[in-house]
Design a protein around this ligand. Structure first.
Ligand code: HXC
Ligand code: NAP
Length: 284
């Protein structure tokens, strides 16, 4: 759907790019001729992804060990990326941690571990990269991966919901503050996209069918759909989009929001009975 060289000359730094959606975005960016850095804690898994994506795309990709919770480590990773590629144009805050649990069962540490990865981690990378770009007088883009429940809130994933809504606020705040430096910032709010990281930690056994039935399009997202949206949002073609949270969820969150959307479960017969009831009420 894009020009083959849409991202040529761009260097893109993806946190958590060794697995899941980060890996799928890395692949798409390489196909579109970007240079890519993937950075997370588990270097062996990152190296395996580098080998796989290099073989598939022939593109230039580098793995860096990084824990986004450590600001000094973020600065060192940026230095390593600059040593290898000379510049970084785009930061994708994709790294995350999450699990489902009744909130009253959580310990204080359970909150810290999630908020530190998602919110503090995104703040750390954005601050380090932003300082560098502003000092270099370089235009740049940040794309944050949030969730639909960052806007609505959600039970059973409360530390994640709090942290992601903080990232959403970071997006809207710096989109305005740093526009004067030519740094723009947007976010994608995905609905369900199957990845091992999310499915193993968030989907109770046996509930997958029920989970998918709730989605108006009756299917989960395809990684390529999200990767293409991300490619557009980091490309020069979307330069005027700034401070937006773009949802890609098959209509899932809106269905939960509409008070009468549950009526899509009614059969044809039940609809006929309902019509008769309404017409009778109108005649009274
Ligand atoms: C209650 C839990 C828990 C659970 C861990 N904890 N799992 N509490 N229920 N299921 C608590 C522990 O008891 C501990 O507190 C604290 O959390 C931290 O534990 P650690 O041992 O430090 O961490 P660990 O449990 O080993 O790992 C947690 C993690 C890990 C770091 C978040 O899962 C991880 O690396 N995740 C990265 C990948 C990931 O989560 N991907 C999913 C992204 S999907 P105490 O006090 O007991 O020591 C997503 C959006 C999904 O974000 C939307 C889908 C539609
Ligand atoms: P995933 O494969 O588990 O990806 C999470 C990544 O974060 C992992 O590669 C992990 O790598 C990295 N990470 C975790 N802690 C880190 C840390 N401290 N420092 C650096 N990296 C760290 O899950 P995913 O489903 O692809 O999720 C990707 C993004 O999409 C996340 O932001 C998630 O919230 C969002 N999202 C996903 C869905 C979905 O349905 N899949 C829905 C909504 C939003 P290491 O273990 O090597 O550190």
């Amino acid at each position: 759907m894009f020009q083959a060289d849409l991202l040529k000359g761009k260097t893109i730094f993806i946190t958590g790019g060794g697995t899941g959606l980060g890996k799928s975005m890395a692949k798409r960016f390489l196909e579109l001729q970007a240079q890519v850095i993937i950075a997370s804690r588990k270097i062996e898994r990152l190296e395996a992804t580098v080998g796989e994506l290099q073989a598939e795309t022939g593109g230039q990709i580098l793995a860096l060990a990084l824990d986004v919770r450590d600001y000094q480590a973020v600065e060192s990773a940026l230095d390593s990326a600059l040593n290898s590629f000379g510049r970084v144009d785009i930061l994708i805050n994709n790294a995350a941690g999450n699990f489902v649990s009744p909130t009253e069962a959580l310990s204080p540490k359970a909150f810290d571990v999630i908020v530190d990865i998602v919110l503090r981690g995104s703040y750390n990378t954005t601050l380090a990269f932003g300082k560098h770009w502003i000092h270099q007088k370089q235009t740049a883009r940040v794309l944050n991966i949030v969730t639909t429940y960052a806007s609505t809130g959600s039970g059973f994933v409360v530390p994640s919901a709090i942290a992601k809504s903080g990232v959403q606020t970071l997006t809207r705040s710096l989109a305005v503050e740093w526009a004067k430096y030519g740094i723009t910032m947007n976010a994608i709010a995905p609905g369900p996209f199957p990845t091992q990281g999310a499915w193993d930690r968030l989907l109770p056994p046996g509930l997958e069918k029920q989970f998918i039935e709730r989605i108006p399009l009756k299917r989960v997202g395809d990684h390529l759909e999200l990767a293409n949206l991300a490619a557009y949002l980091v490309s020069d073609q979307s330069e005027y989009i700034n401070g937006e949270i773009i949802t890609i969820d098959g209509g899932e969150w809106l269905k939960g929001a509409g008070e009468f959307n549950f009526l899509d479960a009614l059969t044809q017969e039940e609809w006929l009975a309902m019509e008769q009831q309404v017409r009778k009420a109108n005649r009274k």
